[in-house]
Design a protein around this ligand. Structure first.
Ligand SMILES: [Zn+2]
Length: 156
């Protein structure tokens, strides 16, 4: 990836989709090449990421369940900067740290922008709900597709 070869302009594309309660989450395909990103086989979900997938944030797991090499690098830089800004336990107790480190809702696109992503990134936030042990539960997964990862040979 040549992050510095061209200016990052515009805001991250961030789209929040909410499914009706009880509807299974969709099988997410890459908007660039059409590849399905997870496949179910023998009751197991297997990651089948294409090269355009930057990350998957699993709402159930509450963490990134997939990260490309590029995203991993960006996240490590973000994390190091966070460590520098909030170097000790005491500074991490407050709201400032929460605001600077959290990845939920509106903070998600802000974090992506801080990692250097611009309008070449499309983040799809998909919220779905169902019953679990007698109670309704909702989760949001976020899929990030990087249009800067398109290569010449992707052209038809
Ligand atoms: Zn793709």
């Amino acid at each position: 990836m040549q992050d510095n070869a061209f200016p990052v302009a515009g805001q991250v594309g961030y789209v929040a989709i909410e499914q009706p309660f009880g509807v299974q989450p969709p099988k997410v395909h890459c908007p660039i090449c059409g590849q399905q990103q997870f496949v179910e086989r023998d009751d197991e979900y297997l990651e089948t990421p294409c090269e355009h997938l930057a990350f998957v944030f699993g709402g159930d797991e509450d963490e990134f369940v997939y990260a490309s090499a590029d995203f991993t690098e960006r996240f490590a830089r973000f994390d190091a900067e966070l460590d520098a800004r909030f170097p000790d336990e005491a500074s991490r107790g407050g709201e400032d740290y929460e605001e600077a480190s959290s990845f939920y809702r509106d903070l998600f696109p802000r974090r992506l922008a801080e990692m250097g992503y611009g309008a070449h990134l499309l983040a799809l936030r998909i919220t779905y709900g169902g019953m679990a042990e007698g109670s309704p539960v909702w989760f949001s997964d976020v899929y990030g597709f990087d249009y800067a990862a398109i290569r010449e040979d992707d052209a038809p």
